[in-house]
Design a protein around this ligand. Structure first.
Ligand code: F0G
Length: 482
């Protein structure tokens, strides 16, 4: 929720109280430099003890509510028939309207099952509004191909378009004509599109996608990892939804969806995931594989405590103060950065402040990974951990050629209910400082490059030892203690 101050300025106000806290520490710049060097200039390799504000992700890093913690005390650990599972199933039916539920240990496990069951032939095509790293990896491991069909505006980082996550309807029709329905096992929509900067799609777009899928008998799959945030943007930005509740908007989404999955590590603030549907046939096709890869039907690799907390988290995410908390904090964050002319993805999205590294560092060619260099530089000057979402996050093609990402973004994710306004102010300030000293940042090159999802374990080094020079410039201004 936003509150208007007497000065006229609007600020996002926290509609919760913080009663359990965790100590944070800011290690000095020398130590940060050593940590990033040892970690191969990859923020995934940093240790938590060396990080002040962790904006790597909003996945599994959110603060649970008191009611979620309370629910964990009464879980039922039965291997089969656990009462905790039936509570979750009731919450899913109530919030999303789906009767059949397949729990999995996390979102990518759901993606694995979908790819395994539905991709039948090499060369099968999965049209989608945009890929996510793990989704793409699973589809390709089963021989499928991702076909991204977004609107032109989606790749414009400096945009005012309210629904950059929309799928391009004409391109979907063209794809069906070109490949035929036999090669398209399903169409996937992602709410909100993570790698485009957490950008939502509109209800009207989803309706149109569904209509085309129905005409051709193609199942429509929704990755709903950030579904309350997408619903929040619809309430704010789409005509006719102002007076609808988040729950009503989510329910309307689901009326168009054949198969739903989400990673509960985000909006529901627990470690787990599930697939849900009302289509018995789709459910029965996936079900036999669940115990093979995840666990029995009533726990799917999750602990019963997390299942209990998920049932509560799903209901809580439909509260407008929960659904809107990250979008509003992100908006405040983005507006602070933009004020100083720093290129950042607009409109503000559903999970993070995304800095456009190609615009921030125009002197670094894509072959030298500007987004990776920016993420490392942000850490050096602030102790804030962000994530590279650019070419390092793309794997090479099968001939070993580099696949350049459409966007080079350094993503500063905002975990739910974890950081305060002064944390945000601090991050904005250090990014401003970095922008003034951006010429000191140069590119990166790989020294160790894994064959799949290389961004997780890859090791890189700075060209011309720029990290040390940046650290020196920072120390000169702020002293050794920062
Ligand atoms: N789909 C989307 C849209 C995601 O954002 C993620 C994870 C997944 C699927 C996979 O779920 O992590 O539970 O296996 N996104 C995280 C992130 C990792 O940092 O954005 P998971």
């Amino acid at each position: 929720m936003n509150i208007r101050l007497s000065t006229g300025k609007e600020i996002p106000i926290e509609m919760h109280k913080v009663r359990i806290v965790q100590k944070a520490s800011l290690v000095p710049v020398e130590k940060r430099l050593k940590a990033i060097e040892e970690g191969g200039y990859n923020t995934f390799s940093l240790k938590s003890k060396d990080i002040f504000i962790d904006m790597l992700t909003d996945s599994g890093t959110n603060a649970m509510s008191d009611n979620q913690l309370a629910a964990m005390m009464v879980s039922d650990d039965a291997y089969a028939g656990s009462e905790s599972f039936y509570k979750l199933a009731r919450a899913i039916e109530d919030v999303l309207g789906f009767r059949y539920v397949l729990p999995t240990h996390q979102g990518r496990a759901a993606e694995h099952l979908l790819a395994k069951v539905f991709i039948k032939k090499p060369g099968d095509i999965i049209p989608m509004n945009y890929h996510f790293t793990t989704t793409k990896a699973h589809i390709e491991l089963f021989g499928g191909q991702v076909l991204e069909i977004y609107e032109d505006e989606a790749l414009n980082t400096q945009s005012k378009h309210p629904f950059k996550g929309n799928l391009n309807i004409q391109k979907l029709k063209d794809a069906i004509t070109k490949y035929g329905t036999g090669r398209i096992p399903f169409v996937r929509m992602e709410a909100t599109t993570n790698l485009l900067g957490g950008q939502p799609f509109s209800m009207q777009n989803l309706k149109q996608v569904k209509q085309i899928c129905s005409e051709h008998n193609i199942p429509l799959v929704l990755d709903g990892s950030l579904v309350p945030e997408n619903a929040y943007f619809i309430k704010l930005r789409e005509e006719g939804y102002k007076n609808k509740t988040i729950k009503e908007i989510i329910k309307e989404f689901m009326s168009f969806i054949d198969l739903f999955y989400l990673s509960a590590r985000k909006s529901s603030c627990v470690k787990g995931a599930f697939i849900a549907t009302n289509n018995e046939d789709l459910y029965e096709r996936i079900k036999p594989w669940l115990p093979v890869y995840e666990g029995f039907l009533t726990y799917g690799g999750m602990s019963s405590k997390e299942i209990e907390a998920m049932a509560v988290g799903l209901r809580e995410m439909t509260d407008i103060n929960v659904a809107g908390s990250v979008p509003e904090q992100v908006k405040y964050f983005v507006e602070g950065v933009i004020e100083n002319g720093i290129p950042v993805v607009t409109p503000p999205g559903g999970l993070a402040c995304h800095i456009d590294a190609m615009m921030f560092l125009p002197h670094i060619p894509q072959s030298q990974y500007p987004a990776g260099a920016l993420a490392a530089a942000i850490y050096i000057v602030s102790g804030v951990r962000s994530m590279e979402r650019g070419t390092i996050s793309m794997d090479r093609d099968k001939d070993g050629n580099e696949v350049y990402s459409d966007l080079e973004l350094a993503r500063l994710a905002v975990p739910r209910r974890v950081y305060t306004m002064s944390h945000i102010e601090y991050v904005v300030d250090r990014i401003q400082w970095l922008y003034r000293h951006r010429d000191l940042i140069k590119g990166l090159k790989f020294v160790e490059e894994p064959p799949v999802l290389r961004f997780f374990f890859g090791k890189l080094e700075p060209i011309d030892n720029w990290g040390t020079k940046l650290g020196e410039a920072f120390k000169k201004e702020f002293g050794v203690q920062y």
